[in-house]
Ligand binder design. Structure first.
Ligand code: 0A1
Ligand code: ZN
Length: 884
């Protein structure tokens, strides 16, 4: 907690560690009051360290030091000094064994960093800097050590005792206690350490690697959840196979364990051989988990598994390099999911996240490059920029080098850096060396924040039959003030023949025609010109196909051009994007009409274009559902100079209403055609059917039609799967009708004992469009299924309201802001990470009208004035108030 103003840490100050720790032998004795941790560190001076005063400074926080021994002898108190954050030892030999014994209090650890209790079980979370809350250590990722861990605990309460690596010894201690010892043969940074102890059941399977080794796979859960693990296990096996086939990567231990815990700050953690997961990303049965949950589980299981190579065997030199492992691993999990389901839809989902969250992060006070140059609290940098933009930066390298060139680069990376702690420069260096391509300019994607904008102009010359594209790139200043030199941008495109709707062959002036209809142009200068020859007519360009770079594109399309692309573009992504762009344009026009007191109108042609999309029986249902899924209110707000909260809400609702009214019959027909049939499965086609049906339902529920309310209630009461149940409940939760309360009550009664299922109940109510939503949210905080110390609950109720329910949270009277500030101040002393995530909803206060701006600013100031504010919340609030 904050005693003085927290200071930033800079990448430019990086120094190699003065000491290395080759071996760590840990012994845990877990009690109900406290845990005793004995650590035996085998240390030597780092021959590559720069000159220093020679002292060893170990990180340690909230540890009660009991004893300290050097080479078997008690250390003289004059030889060391202790403060709140470290243990410093002077006068050390070049190599030695240091032993410490500390007490810690996992039972009181509500921050969920280090060793803590989740329900009846002990578990750990050490990334990024949690290990220092377990024992004194060099808590930095470039110190890699071999670990052994023995865990001693009461046998009846904690029959299962787990740590990294392989189990090597099990002992009965006679007094009702037992001990298990684990050895991890792979050197690792301490952030990958894990320990779990509890009364757990597991399912088991085996996986035979490509080279024929058998690996035991286990998923551990609380006994009541043992019937919800099969999907996670199937996902794990698929991920293991995929990584062998796609990247030639095999697993490297005899056992791989996953443990599901209910209290967890993030999604999951890739600890070596012992992943700890937020139970939300493990547990699924058709009645309790939605299609989206099933997909998320598959994706997160794969993500953590893929970290074994990208993160664990090759790790980060320092935390500024976080995207080295996260961007790359997100790219790998995105590709895996694309191969498992529908590639086009996966791309749309990923881009939606990037645009909605990363573009807005880049435009706000927390803007930072994929490789940040400084931070106050590293936990604040597990961001969409580091993760998702980081993945886009990898994807662009793949686009520039081609699949084969990229694979060569990856192979070199694994060969060259296995067992090391490296930087993003090292990664790009491998891509450069393997391909022979100069990646110097490309590196700017790692160092410069901000979303480049491509201004594109097209000129058709009838006489010369040429089409010339002029592309200008710009990137506006960002809050972090990183420089802005031109980026190296892959721009994939096609040109559509307006007569046939087909792609034209693309030949640049001076080239011999090769017939390609999709090309990737490379932009390096701020301004570039491309002249295509043999173009029979003015074409419609399809720009940035597949979202080939994380940029914004402006091109002067007419509504008709967009409708044309929506109907004819051969690129799935761009067909969808044309529909989004069109909807966005119409809704933003409607906002202006609303503001000027004019009637809001949707052009007939636009309604027809959506009608035509819906009329296509052969269309991929998933894609069609994505077309119906309009840009969110917050994304629409991002497109405005000043966010017009009421205008956007009114216009978006009116647009949906208009489509629902005009296309009602077709929506009902589609709904009926895709009703639940047979047994539930998660094939892409079945998921698409449900997605389309439920999208139709949400439009129909816009119409205040009692027959539709009945239809929705019927779906709710008859549903056999959670996807259909929650879709109906979400629609009812936003509708003032008699079926609403009934359904909400029935749901709570049915699911009161299933904590994850109850989270959905909180979330749909937090998203309600009804005017008393904040009152409801406050009341729900008193519900027995709610808990302020459980991150999933806080996110479902408070997080959903503050970041998902734009018009509820930004109510004109400022009540949402006051509510959030109060919750942040309440949660911060309990769990700074959760509080810091929540407070981000206030960060972009300058984007609102003067009245809201003033109210948000006051709340930010109120937070900043609090005593003992965490570094996490301090960083976000102070940067929000400071940024211009
Ligand atoms: N490395 C994990 C995410 C993670 C990060 C931090 C945590 O605690 C502060 C927990 C998990 C991943 O990318 O999956
Ligand atoms: Zn990760």
């Amino acid at each position: 907690m904050l005693t003085e103003v927290p200071q930033p840490i800079y990448l430019k100050d990086y120094q190699p560690p003065g000491f290395l720790i080759d071996r760590v032998d840990l012994a845990f004795d877990l009690g109900e009051e406290r845990a005793a941790v004995h650590a035996r560190l085998t240390v030597r001076r780092n021959p590559d360290a720069p000159p220093s005063d020679g002292a060893l400074c170990l990180n340690g926080e909230q540890l009660e030091l009991q004893s300290i021994f050097l080479d078997g002898r008690p250390l003289n108190p004059d030889a060391y000094a202790l403060d709140e954050e470290s243990l410093q030892i002077r006068g050390l030999p070049d190599a030695f064994v240091l032993e410490t014994r500390v007490h810690i209090r996992p039972q009181n650890n509500s921050a969920l960093e280090g060793l803590y209790k989740s329900g009846g079980m002990f578990c750990t979370q050490c990334e990024a800097e949690g290990f220092r809350r377990i024992t004194y250590f060099l808590d930095r990722p470039d110190v890699m050590s071999r670990f052994s861990t023995s865990v001693t605990a009461d046998r009846s309460r904690y029959p299962v005792l787990l740590s990294n690596g392989n189990p090597v010894e099990t002992e009965e201690l006679g007094d009702g206690r037992h001990r298990v010892t684990w050895e991890d043969p792979h050197p690792k940074p301490c952030y990958l350490f894990a320990l779990v102890a509890g009364d757990l059941r597991h399912i088991e399977d085996t996986y035979t690697t490509a080279s024929g080794r058998a690996v035991a796979l286990r998923i551990y859960v609380e006994p009541a959840n043992i019937d919800k693990c099969d999907h996670a296990m199937r996902s794990l096996k698929k991920a293991m196979r995929w990584d062998e086939e796609r990247f030639g990567r095999e697993y490297d231990l005899d056992i791989y364990m996953i443990v599901a815990v209910n209290d967890f700050n993030m999604g999951a953690m890739e600890n070596k051989g012992l992943n700890v997961f937020n139970s939300q990303y493990v547990l699924a049965r058709p009645e309790t988990a939605t299609d989206r949950d099933y997909q998320n589980i598959e994706g997160v299981i794969a993500h953590e598994y893929f970290h074994n190579w990208t993160g664990n065997r090759i790790t980060c030199r320092d935390w500024f390099q976080l995207s080295l492992k996260e961007g790359l691993t997100v790219f790998r999990d995105q590709e895996f999911s694309a191969d498992m389901g529908s590639r086009g839809v996966k791309r749309i989902e990923d881009v939606r996240i990037l645009r909605a969250h990363q573009f807005s992060e880049d435009a706000g006070p927390m803007a930072h490059p994929v490789r940040p140059a400084s931070y106050i609290e590293i936990n604040n940098f597990y961001t969409v920029t580091v993760y998702n933009k980081g993945a886009e930066v990898i994807r662009m390298q793949r686009n520039l080098l081609g699949a084969e060139g990229f694979r060569k680069g990856m192979d070199l990376y694994f060969r060259r850096h296995d067992g090391q702690a490296v930087t993003t420069d090292d990664f790009v260096g491998c891509m450069q060396d393997a391909s022979g391509r100069d990646m110097g300019q490309f590196q700017r994607w790692y160092h410069q924040a901000g979303t480049p904008r491509l201004g594109v102009e097209g000129r058709y010359d009838e006489q010369a039959r040429t089409y010339t594209l002029e592309v200008e790139q710009n990137c506006s200043e960002t809050a972090d003030r990183s420089g802005k030199e031109p980026f190296d941008i892959p721009l994939a495109l096609g040109l559509l023949d307006t007569k046939t709707g087909k792609d034209l062959p693309l030949t640049l002036q001076g080239e011999t025609p090769a017939g390609a209809t999709r090309r990737v142009l490379e932009l390096r200068q701020s301004k570039e010109t491309f002249c295509f020859v043999d173009i029979p007519d003015r074409p419609v360009p399809s720009l940035l196909r597949g979202f080939s770079a994380p940029v914004k594109v402006s091109f002067d399309y007419s509504d008709e051009d967009l409708m044309f692309l929506m109907a004819h573009d051969s690129d799935d992504f761009n067909r969808w994007d044309a529909a989004q762009e069109l909807a966005q344009r119409i809704i933003l026009n409607m906002v202006a009409q609303y503001r000027d007191g004019r009637p809001m109108a949707v052009p007939q042609g636009v309604v027809e274009a959506f009608g035509t999309a819906l009329a296509d029986d052969s269309a991929d249902k998933n894609l069609l559902a994505e077309v119906l899924h309009l840009p969110s209110e917050s994304y629409l707000g991002d497109q405005m100079e000043t966010v017009d909260v009421e205008g956007i809400h009114g216009a978006r609702e009116a647009f949906m209403n208009c489509l629902a009214g005009a296309l009602k019959q077709r929506l009902i027909q589609l709904y009926r055609e895709h009703e639940e049939q047979g047994t539930y499965d998660i094939q892409p086609d079945s998921i698409g059917r449900r997605a389309l049906k439920n999208a139709c339902l949400s439009y129909l529920m816009q119409l205040e039609d009692p027959a539709i309310h009945d239809l929705c209630a019927q779906q709710f009461h008859r549903a056999h799967n959670m996807t259909d149940m929650i879709a109906a409940l979400a629609a009812l939760a936003s509708t003032d009708c008699p079926q609403r309360a009934q359904a909400l009550e029935a749901y709570a009664e049915q699911w009161k004992d299933d904590t994850l299922v109850m989270n959905k109940w909180f979330a749909v109510q937090a998203m309600s469009k009804l005017p008393d939503v904040l009152h409801q949210v406050k009341a729900l905080m008193g519900h027995p299924a709610f808990s302020i110390t459980n991150p999933n609950k806080v996110r479902s109720l408070i997080g959903t309201f503050c970041s998902g329910n734009v018009s509820g949270f930004h109510a004109a009277d400022g009540s949402g802001y006051d509510f959030l500030a109060g919750r942040v101040l309440h949660i911060d002393p309990l769990n700074p990470q959760v509080a810091a995530r929540l407070v981000r909803s206030l960060a972009r206060w300058r984007r609102y009208d003067p009245a809201r701006r003033e109210m948000i600013k006051l709340q930010l100031q109120r937070i900043l004035e609090a005593e003992n504010l965490s570094r996490d919340v301090f960083e976000i609030v102070s940067k929000s108030l400071a940024a211009a």
